[in-house]
Design a protein around this ligand. Sequence first.
Ligand code: GDP
Ligand code: IMO
Ligand code: MG
Length: 429
Amino acid sequence: MPGIVIVGTQWGDEGKGKATDQLGDAADYVVRYSGGNNAGHTVVVGREHYALHLLPSGVLSQRAVPVLGNGVVIDLDVLFQEIDALAARGLAVGDKLLVSANAHLITVYHQRLDKVTERFLGRRRLGTTGRGVGPAYADKASRVGLRVQDLLDPSILRQKVEAALEQKNQLLVKVYNRPAVSADEVCDRLLAHAERVRPMTADVSRVLNRALDEGRTVLFEGAQAHHLDVDFGTYPYVTSSNPIAAGACTGTGVGPTRLDRVVGIAKAYTTRVGEGPFPGELTDDVGQRLRQGGGEFGTTTGRPRRCGWFDALVVEQAGRVNALTDLFLTKLDVLTGWDPIPVVVAYDVDGERHETMPMTQTELHHARPVYQYLDGWGEDISAARRFQDLPRNCQAYVRRLEELVGVRVSGIGVGPERDQTIMLHPLMG
Ligand code: GDP
Ligand code: IMO
Ligand code: MG
């Protein structure tokens, strides 16, 4: 089972980190293919909590080689902070990590532009993480970006930084009334890391294709999620990359026929952080209780996550676009004690019933959730390790979601810890 992709099916924070960590033991390579340190992936191992932003969560397995593909945007300060913090906890990652020569770099002007454009947008802001991710991808598309390979040639790097700053400083100073950024500042900060990056720099496409040829297992860890995808998400309230499974190909240089399995991670309810439409959002006490019960506060920014019940239309669309082979349902334990449990099975859009996601954002903004009410359960399920250990109503809840989404549930999370998982079908091997 060589090529397996983990992808978020909602608006992020589904528990991709935990799933990747768990599968990491069986993987030879764990690869991030999109996004940057806007991601926050939590892994709990006993008493230890790890919050990973840039490194793939599979690094904790120790066995797999961690890789950052060309589709990732890299803040080198964050990368080395993360590597050093893991080293201080006894995990050596820096010696094995491979970084694509084609991955783009996030610089101080990307971070400043991210923050200042959000402030400028005011009420129309997107609620970005402010990490400079959007501006770095914009530069990639505008062909004024900086790449990892530029660190290997300081004079080229300098030329590129100066060219980029001609534009950026006009924007920062004249449009946003902020101080200019100097080429020295940018180059010095980037080049301070150059000698550490040099031995990590790799032709990731070649490495991964060779590994797949040899029958090794490559685990692609998605960041963000389907509905934050710049093409398929709730545009413009999206991230600036392609977190969908197809992004694993463009973001690493591995062709689509090499992917064997696509595992969609879905929370047993729905959350979203940042702005944008969310038809099932519960803005009342119920939403508040769900947030408290699930500990729904951002791993990256600490912002409270917006909460709602499971929305089958949201996950069904992710199932189709990502060609999911399996669904991994997380945080089922959080629903214990709720009875009945509503599930969004349709939208009412100006009096018209939609059983799949509407085509346009205008319709989505007008959508009102239509619920089916499923029976709840009161028993603690956090110690369950087999499907048959779950209460009958809990089993029926899982089966109903499976039916609505049209993808088989292969794994269930019943707690944040590594072993708090029920496997119905093996995902590896
Ligand atoms: P990611 O961005 O998709 O990796 O998800 P986050 O790490 O941002 O958020 C998921 C949160 O849920 C983390 O705090 C995890 O420790 C936690 N978590 C993951 N799976 C489960 C589960 O099955 N049950 C519970 N209670 N918590 C879980
Ligand atoms: P993980 O990998 C949840 C959201 C931001 C904002 C929008 C654009 O942990 O699931 P950006 O900084 O990317 O330009 O912000 O996307 N966002 C996330 N929401 N989880 C994430 O990552 C996210 N990464 C970005 O809140 O709405
Ligand atoms: Mg997260």
